[in-house]
Ligand binder design. Structure first.
Ligand SMILES: [Zn+2]
Ligand SMILES: [Zn+2]
Length: 331
């Protein structure tokens, strides 16, 4: 695992992706408590919804969040970050349970590359993880609530920041559908466990939804499934940690992707260039166990390089950057 993490860190540093080629923002002023810095940043986000307007104000707030999360890992800092994380998960769970979706999709950012997508037909999760937020991941009650709400959970690859055996076990016990590749969590068996690698042209059925799976990898070290899910009237794609470029052109020939859930350091520019999704949402910022951590400013830097920023002309890819527990809708 250490070897793998070093390989990933080295690869990221070599590509300049982890830093986005820019200087990192400074830490929050020491005069402000961690909790106050986190809540000031969150207040800025709460006051400016992630609907594609408010770009400059959200950029400021997300960079404030970067600064608040770049603390010195003192006990006080860890506790404040954990409290903030659990509060944001609580808010997201309330919304997932209560928000009515009559058309399109509503998307919540959970931990790392974890997303919940709700459409009129189903609620699904991608790479759901309780959060490596020190000693304060999602509580057991929050995890039970989340697994109870989901119809199906998709896992891109076996890296432990993308799959949680606890969450998968709860989903499995509750008879919810799990979509996995054929190489991990082999202890999970049964009618509700669907293993995929390459569906080819014909979609598989998962919780009543059409699903395509395309094979990729992460730096040749781990197989990574790329999922395309038809949520009713929207096609949603989750990239996982895929770094293999070749699948994107093939996917683009077959699908017109509406929403791309993209890894901020796994060449999102190539992915967007090939797929031309209508909406791009970045992820993998602030994964705490990574040796080299990505930040929101890395994502902004990638978007700047792509020229993806408002005002949005009709037909061009729009983008959103979401912090823990935040949501957006499409269209
Ligand atoms: Zn990975
Ligand atoms: Zn990862």
């Amino acid at each position: 695992m250490t070897h793998l993490r070093l390989r990933i860190a080295t690869a990221l540093s070599a590509k300049g992706l982890a830093t986005g080629g820019r200087e990192a923002p400074r830490m929050a002023p020491r005069t402000k408590s961690v909790a106050a810095s986190l809540s000031a940043a969150q207040d800025g986000l709460d006051a400016h919804s992630a609907d594609g307007t408010n770009w400059a104000a959200r950029r400021t707030a997300l960079l404030q969040m970067d600064a608040a999360l770049r603390g010195r890992h003192s006990r006080k800092w860890k506790r404040a970050v954990g409290v903030h994380y659990q509060r944001q998960m609580h808010k997201a769970l309330d919304e997932i349970a209560s928000v009515r979706v009559d058309r399109g999709v509503r998307i919540w950012r959970m931990y790392n590359m974890g997303f919940v997508v709700k459409s009129p037909r189903a609620i699904i999760g991608f790479d759901i993880h309780p959060g490596w937020v020190f000693r304060t991941p999602m509580t057991a009650a929050q995890q039970r609530r989340l697994t109870g709400l989901l119809d199906a959970a998709f896992v891109s690859h076996w890296h432990p920041d993308h799959l949680s055996r606890g969450i998968l076990g709860q989903m499995h016990a509750a008879g919810k559908t799990l979509v996995l590749s054929s190489t991990f969590a082999m202890e999970l068996r049964g009618d509700n466990v669907i293993r995929m690698r390459n569906t080819g042209g014909a979609p598989a059925k998962v919780a009543g939804l059409d699903v395509w799976c395309y094979p990729g990898w992460q730096f040749r070290l781990a197989r990574n499934n790329i999922y395309v899910v038809h949520m009713g009237d929207m096609l949603v794609m989750h990239q996982g940690d895929n770094t293999l470029r070749s699948p994107y052109a093939a996917i683009a020939r077959r699908h017109s992707i509406d929403v791309l859930l993209a890894n901020c350091w796994a060449n999102p520019a190539q992915c967007v260039k090939d797929l031309k999704p209508k909406l791009l949402i970045t992820a993998h910022e602030h994964e705490f166990r990574h040796v080299v951590r990505s930040h929101f400013w890395c994502s902004f830097s990638e978007l700047d390089k792509m020229g993806v920023a408002p005002p949005w002309a009709p037909g061009v890819t729009q983008a959103r950057i979401l912090s823990w527990g935040e949501q957006t809708r499409w269209p």
